[in-house]
Design a protein around this ligand. Structure first.
Ligand code: SAM
Length: 185
């Protein structure tokens, strides 16, 4: 069987992130990706995780505490389009677009802020670094966001950036998919 979407995103990240790297989770949610990143960067690396919801920070904090990895992560209750801190040489940035599972579906990522956040992420990325976006577009504003992100990544200059798409094409109800951007130069 082909890897599931979440598995494939993790495979891409695992193949690229090394112990000691700095990485960003742009949509921490319940913290599953934040935890995965914290496991990859080791004791000397760092994860910077963003979300606008208090609930997301609470859930992520609890999850990291359970695994004794809280010290590897900095949590920010801040929109990811304000990703302007004095960091560069980031190895990977992860986005899971959409809403927090089990929470208010109206608090979802939005096209304008998502595009700004991707743009900022590319500026922070080191050569060989990845931005991995998982796009859930079954909800109301998801379709618009999907189209905006597709248009943006298709316009990135080649071969400075290489963009990969991973998607099951025959399910009927807007299956999620991955867009992964690699900075080559
Ligand atoms: N990766 C998460 C996990 O492992 O549980 C799931 C992320 S969930 C699909 C999307 C998250 O993006 C929600 O928690 C939502 O609050 C957050 N979000 C929405 N707009 C945001 C923004 N402008 N900046 C940062 N996070 C945002």
């Amino acid at each position: 069987m082909f890897p599931r979407i979440t598995q494939y995103a993790h495979q891409l990240l695992q193949s690229r992130i090394k112990v000691g790297d700095w990485v960003i989770d742009a949509t921490m949610g319940n913290g599953h990706d934040t935890l995965f990143l914290a496991q990859l960067v080791g004791e000397v690396g760092k994860v910077y995780a963003f979300d606008i919801q208090t609930q997301a920070l609470h859930n992520t904090n609890e999850l990291l505490e359970t695994y004794n990895l809280r010290h590897r992560v900095e949590l920010f209750q801040q929109s990811h389009d304000r990703l302007h801190f004095p960091l560069s040489s980031i190895a990977a940035v992860v986005f899971n677009l959409g809403y927090l599972p089990g929470s208010d579906k109206t608090i979802a990522t939005m096209p304008e802020t998502t595009l700004k956040a991707i743009e900022n992420s590319l500026e922070l990325l080191k050569v060989g670094g990845l931005v991995v976006l998982t796009i859930y577009w079954g909800h109301e504003q998801g379709q618009l966001e999907k189209e905006a992100v597709e248009k943006y990544v298709e316009g990135l200059s080649y071969p400075e950036y290489m963009v990969l798409r991973y998607q099951y094409v025959n399910p009927k109800n807007n299956p999620p998919f991955i867009l992964a951007i690699e900075r080559r130069k």
